[in-house]
Ligand binder design. Structure first.
Ligand code: DGY
Length: 324
């Protein structure tokens, strides 16, 4: 009988990361990437000391009650709205996430989605693939400019700052932002970003990018009232979390052309997508892939593993999200 801590890896991850975990732990993994129900997850956690999770496992009081030995959940994601942090802390369970290693990759993607949205890239590609392109027209898929326009960022953490720098320094954009707290003056100067109220941002930005963490207070940060404040020529990009935008209200605003276009990487109730979003043409849709490059996903898996190794090695977690 091994006396190594027992670890459950909830989803398929890189084989090299699992091999490294096996050097320290007794590991049960999920190479077939089966989607376990909460009951199946609970059953597998009954004798485990640690869990390597992704954003798709809900860690709540019911699950914790079924996992009496559990001491740590290492999320392979920077966002951890799948954690009930209060319940975890009450149960003495450490939570960790994977900040920093995905910042630049995710900022790259946010910018790519913004450009694809403003320049109508997928809409025009679908038109071409459907064999509808018979002649050039002066206004064919004419979109809006990125360079020289006003970029409004809601949520100015590390990823928001990365997008601000790309916009200000790379594309000559005027950058305005809204955040729970204002950045230090040196950081504002580095990002060339000006703090404004949420309403002013929505009224004046040509492009609005959402990068704030999901919390109950952030639910439907953008709904019909906020969409009504935006310019009819504006674009909206959500790389934050599903639930930050009221997807039904957005689908209606896109259909009625109350805003020009949207780019969405995250959805309420994903992987389900609000059906009307699949039929409106002026939206670019991607399946929650903002951090999906091979090196970055590998770095995220490795950081989650490092958190488990450091924690059970008595060195404390590297990137904790709660204090136990
Ligand atoms: C994150 O890291 O939070 C990404 O959204 C992937 O889940």
């Amino acid at each position: 009988m091994s006396n190594k801590p027992k670890i459950l890896v909830a989803r398929a991850i890189f084989a090299e990361t699992v091999d490294r975990l096996r050097q320290h732990f007794d590991v049960q993994d999920n190479p077939g990437d089966a989607l376990w129900t909460p009951a199946e997850l609970a059953q597998r956690l009954a004798d485990k000391d640690g869990l390597l999770s992704t954003g798709s496992q809900r860690i709540d009081a019911a699950l914790l009650a079924a996992a009496p030995r559990l001491k740590i959940v290492a999320n392979m994601a920077v966002g951890y709205n799948n954690f009930d942090v209060q319940a975890m802390t009450a149960a003495g369970v450490q939570g960790t996430n994977t900040p920093d290693v995905l910042t630049e990759t995710t900022a790259d993607f946010g910018f790519a989605l913004l450009m694809a949205t403003a320049r109508r890239m997928t809409e025009s590609e679908h038109y071409l693939r459907a064999g509808k392109w018979t002649q050039w027209r002066y206004d064919m898929f004419a979109g809006s400019d990125i360079h020289g326009s006003t970029l409004g960022i809601i949520g100015m953490g590390r990823i928001g700052q990365g997008i601000a720098k790309r916009g200000a320094h790379g594309f000559g954009m005027k950058v305005i932002y809204h955040n729970r707290s204002r950045l230090a003056p040196a950081l504002e100067a580095e990002c060339k970003a000006t703090y404004v109220s949420k309403d002013e941002l929505l009224r004046t930005a040509d492009h609005v990018v959402l990068v704030l963490p999901y919390t109950p207070e952030a639910h439907h940060t953008i709904g019909s009232a906020e969409l009504a404040l935006m310019k009819p020529t504006a674009t909206l990009v959500n790389i934050a979390r599903g639930g930050i935008v009221d997807d039904a209200a957005l689908a209606l605003a896109l259909k009625d052309r109350r805003i020009a276009a949207a780019g969405l990487d995250v959805f309420e109730g994903e992987p389900n997508v609000y059906p009307d979003l699949l039929t409106v043409p002026n939206v670019v849709l991607t399946p929650h892939i903002a951090s999906a490059t091979v090196p970055t996903r590998r770095a995220m898996a490795d950081l989650a593993a490092d958190n488990l190794i450091a924690f059970f090695g008595g060195r404390g977690p590297l990137t904790p999200v709660n204090k136990i």
